[in-house]
Design a protein around this ligand. Structure first.
Ligand SMILES: [Fe+2]
Length: 199
């Protein structure tokens, strides 16, 4: 089964600036994603995207929502239609005339799988947060105190253990850091306290 999208253009430039309202996005999220673990993952990535947009990109609330929306919906079709991941959510957002920047970010969140390179900062950070967020959460679940007292060193140790959260691609994490030009330590340090708020 190939998930390659074999496309380079996503959305319509005429739709630039269009977003779903939070209520519309939540309805899509709750209808499409029934698996609560996946829901949490998507909410965590959405929150990290929002925090990054606010703190590092200096975007206003509307800009933050664009970033959050990309994170919140990036795996929306994975639960019920894994064979159509992420083609189905892309086509849905295109049909709803969503801003091409948001659709493109979702399309490029797995360059190896979908064959779309992350280009914009939104693309790159979605790719960077996706895998690492999952590993950090898996680590929190095995710690008695959860996120309490978690540090960068501990996360890096888990990263080196190939058997820990084995489905998390270490190659993707390293590749994403290189593309986003961010040190792994800095990315982990950004994720821990912010993700701790969405559990
Ligand atoms: Fe994901």
């Amino acid at each position: 089964m190939s998930l390659q999208l074999n496309r380079a253009v996503f959305g319509d430039e005429a739709d630039k600036g269009n977003v779903l309202t939070r209520a519309e996005a939540e309805t899509l999220f709750n209808t499409w994603v029934l698996n609560t673990r996946l829901q949490l993952h998507m909410r965590q990535v959405g929150n990290l995207m929002k925090c990054w947009a606010a703190e590092k990109e200096g975007l206003d609330e509307a800009g933050q929502w664009r970033w959050e929306m990309a994170g919140l919906l990036h795996d929306a079709d994975w639960d019920q239609w894994p064979n159509q991941h992420c083609r189905k959510i892309i086509e849905e957002l295109e049909a709803r005339h969503v801003d091409p920047e948001i659709i493109r970010a979702i399309a490029s969140h797995g360059p190896v799988h979908f064959g779309v390179e992350p280009v914009t900062n939104m693309d790159k950070m979605l790719f960077a947060f996706d895998e690492l967020s999952g590993l950090v959460h898996a680590y929190a679940l095995m710690r008695p105190g959860g996120y309490e007292g978690m540090d960068v060193k501990g996360v890096k140790k888990r990263l080196k253990e190939k058997s820990f959260a084995a489905n998390v691609s270490r190659d993707d994490i390293n590749d994403a850091c290189t593309r986003a030009a961010i040190a792994l330590d800095d990315l982990i340090a950004f994720i821990i306290p912010r993700q701790a708020l969405v559990v």
